[in-house]
Design a protein around this ligand. Sequence first.
Ligand code: ADP
Ligand code: MG
Length: 221
Amino acid sequence: MADVVSSDTKNKSFSDISGLQPWLLQQLTQLKIRQPTPIQFHCIPPALEGKDVIGAAKTGSGKTLAFVIPILHQLSSDPYGIYALVLTPTRELAFQIADQFKGLGVPMDLRLSVVVGGLERLIQTSELSRAPHIVVATPGRLADILETSPEFTLKKIKVLVLDEADRLMDGRFDTQLKTIWSALPEKRQTLLYSATITDRVQRMKELASSQVFLWQSDLSE
Ligand code: ADP
Ligand code: MG
């Protein structure tokens, strides 16, 4: 997929991202993912350092692996309880994200739950009671489960991902997002990826920590 790698990362490989765990490098090689895309090259290092990240680049620029890689890296040294929550606007995207976690996370005993509308609620609730490492969810179903299953908690989340943040925050999900925000711990890392930086995405910057790292691709690329 050479077309997603632009000039500024042409000669870079994932091993140029310092500190990435060797098993992840091996797994990327195995999946024939050789060079980081610009958003991956720029946003993975601050994410590994625990900073909040806001990354913007057009569709197809590899935003998913820009959060999947640092989450699996951190998870493999701290494999307890619910670790990361990924919010995305559609069920199709939720399944695609889950596939990328599973593909790269093959060497790990990864517990992942997809929480989206249209799947059996009871099964999802019982899956969640088994303390998955990663929950990939659309806002509607997650808010619904939070409201109806008081035993389910998000208080242990260490990393929150907002995927396609411009779409998540276009107003459609406001009520559900409010429910979800109030269930999250204040101390967490937030990774936000978006195709565009809308006013609402910009406002998230104020909600994130002062450590936030913002990277936006050159839109002429
Ligand atoms: P976005 O979320 O920015 O729209 P995706 O994360 O869905 O983009 O990635 C688009 C496609 O590019 C996917 O098929 C993904 O597997 C592939 N891809 C991502 N990163 C790389 C990479 N570094 N090298 C090759 N292919 C990649
Ligand atoms: Mg995407």
